[in-house]
Design a protein around this ligand. Structure first.
Ligand code: ATP
Ligand code: MG
Length: 577
């Protein structure tokens, strides 16, 4: 491609603002002319962005096809009725964009495609002989995100690879899940990313057993608990730890203690003269359900030196959301419940859950469920269905696998694989005939990759203060031939010749043939981040050119004869990694 013929408009002055301040991917993708913002969370992909998307998609497709997956292209507009059948129509809330057609029929813009894919399987896969089957697509998705932000990292309209596998048995689904984990690792390695596979929460889609692929970058919205000694890593939403080491105390007789105006763990700790871990801390939330009549306060009991992990609490409650609630809110909306904030303890007369590490601990101190009183000498007991893992795993906690210290890292979620089982096939009646002639619901897995998000994630990991540093695997052009002075016929002809040769050698190459200053062309090269530049300047008279490596910004002289082979060698070398 000739620079003069393509649509690349770089912008000099553009600064990210607000939340996006300092977000390099957003600044460079906009300044480099990869994308154009149309509305909040909605972008046009310009030629450079579109080529990046295509290159990422090609790598994904190659690896998936190699692993035996088949590609389809499902409708983007999905009848809402299917979402009613799966039970997600209400659960998904406002992120789901709903539309009515002229006849008043209801549709949704797919945020993921479980429903459509299950419908497809239902009508086309009838026998165990057709199983297993792994079907995927790479397609636009729409989520009316509450806070679209960070450019392509959290768009409303975005490109996702979504795949769904169908099996006759649990074992076969687990085999495929493992195969997809390995396939995803190959994909992200080919994209030259520094990533980590972590245990994850399964969120609104449901199912259990899920892993996320996290690109390690400070711009990430997710916090990961990572073990430096072993492979263990988890999103904090799902992280586990070895139970905290605590002294085993004997059971004692309980006793009510007058604790005037002593509500917080810090105040209590100094009042009783014992460490925070000896208290049963009560965190009160208001649980919001689809049916507002079910809304209720819930108390989560954890040790005084722990924090509540909100996603774990949400999963325990089965609610749509958990909100903070104060004394006034409790009085107004739940006047019949006796919840003495600051003095809430075990035995409270409302919904509650107890953290598993609290169970069976003796000689604890808990609220007495009346103002200004606590009870000491309490043994923690609870029915098993009330006992859940509720705590936030913190830095320094012990790895659940090897016991070494865990630490935090920030990650961008670029992939997510789930063991769905019969979460959709059962309610939607998607069944096949098994070997014995009996009908069974499909056992399913689902596998997603954030394709457009990957563009930003790659740049978050590959950039410097001048611009992007694109990996050769996905760079729109791997070599940028910069003609220093296009009016100089020797320079221009030499550059044009090597341009044709590199094209013939299947290198993605762009010839900067613009009648612009050399400095301007170099600045564009640095901002866009093509992996290599070949500078054809005055030295061509003596048969000399220069190769610039974008990552190191080193400029090396080469003879014109050798430059082509050197560039081919470098690009091919990059692709082997
Ligand atoms: P997140 O937690 O970031 O909101 P999610 O867990 O809701 O994502 P999934 O339903 O697992 O997302 O979707 C599969 C993949 O699609 C994610 O791993 C992510 O890479 C990508 N993705 C999800 N939401 C967006 C978005 N708003 N913009 C761009 N990519 C997205
Ligand atoms: Mg996810």
């Amino acid at each position: 491609m000739k620079f003069s013929r393509t649509l690349i408009n770089t912008i000099k002055d553009y600064k990210t603002e607000g939340e996006e301040q300092g977000l390099k991917s957003q600044e460079y993708l906009t300044r480099g002319g990869f994308i154009l913002q149309i509305a909040s969370g909605i972008y046009d992909f310009l030629p450079l962005g579109k080529m990046m998307l295509d290159n990422i998609q090609n790598i994904i497709k190659e690896e998936l096809n190699n692993a035996g997956c088949v590609e389809v292209d499902l409708a983007f507009v999905c009848p809402e009725e299917l979402w009613q059948k799966s039970g997600r129509a209400e659960k998904y809330g406002k992120e789901l964009l709903r539309i009515d057609d002229r006849k008043g029929q209801k549709f949704v813009l797919s945020p993921t495609c479980e429903e459509l894919m299950v419908e497809l399987a239902k009508s086309k896969i009838t026998s165990y002989r057709q199983l297993p089957m792994n079907i995927y697509q790479i397609k636009l998705k729409f989520r009316d995100e509450l806070r679209p932000r960070f450019g392509l990292l959290r768009g409303r309209e975005f490109v996702m690879k979504d795949g769904y596998s169908f099996h006759e048995s649990e074992e076969d689904m687990l085999r495929e899940f493992h195969l997809m984990e390995e396939t995803y690792k190959k994909i992200f390695r080919r994209l030259e990313l520094d990533f980590k596979v972590v245990e994850a929460d399964s969120g609104a889609i449901g199912g259990s057993g899920s892993k996320e692929f996290m690109v390690l970058a400070n711009a990430g919205e997710d916090t990961l608990a990572i073990c430096k000694s072993c492979e263990y890593g988890a999103n904090v939403e799902a992280a586990k730890r070895k139970p905290k080491k605590r002294a085993r105390l004997d059971a004692t007789t309980s006793e009510e203690v007058y604790t005037p105006n002593t509500k917080t763990i810090v105040e209590l700790s100094s009042f009783f003269g014992v460490e925070a871990g000896r208290f049963v801390k009560a965190v009160v939330k208001e649980a919001i359900y689809e049916d507002a009549n079910k809304n209720t306060p819930i108390v989560f009991f954890i040790a005084g030196d722990d924090e509540l992990e909100e996603t774990k609490a949400l999963n325990a409650s089965g609610a749509l959301a958990l909100l903070d609630i104060d004394e006034a809110g409790l009085k107004e909306r739940y006047p019949d419940k006796n919840i003495a904030l600051g003095y809430v303890g075990l035995g409270v007369e409302c919904e509650y859950f107890v953290d598993s590490e609290l169970l069976d601990r003796n000689d604890m101190i808990t609220g007495a469920n009346k103002a200004n009183y606590h009870i000491k000498g309490v043994s923690v007991k609870a029915p098993i269905e009330r006992v859940k893992d509720l705590v936030l795993v913190e830095e320094g906690d012990a790895c659940p696998q090897c016991g070494a210290d865990l630490s935090y890292a920030k990650g961008i979620e670029v992939g997510h694989i789930f063991q769905l089982r019969t979460r959709y096939s059962e309610p939607m009646g998607a069944k096949f005939l098994d070997k014995n002639g009996k009908t069974q619901p499909f056992i399913m897995g689902t596998y997603g990759i954030g394709v457009s998000r990957l563009i930003s994630a790659i740049i978050e990991q590959n950039s410097d203060e001048k611009g992007c540093i694109l990996p050769s695997s996905i760079a729109p052009y791997q070599v940028d031939i910069i003609v220093s002075n296009v009016k100089d016929a020797t320079q221009f002809e030499a550059a044009s010749k090597i341009y044709e040769e590199l094209k013939n050698a299947k290198i993605r190459v762009i010839l900067d043939d613009r009648d612009e200053r050399y400095g301007h062309k170099m600045a564009d090269f640095e901002l866009i981040g093509f992996p290599y530049a070949l500078i054809v300047g005055k030295n061509i008279a003596q048969g000399g050119v220069e190769i610039v490596n974008r990552r190191t910004l080193t400029k090396e002289p080469f003879s014109y004869e050798n430059a082509k082979d050197e560039l081919i060698k470098r690009v091919k070398g990059d692709l082997k990694c």
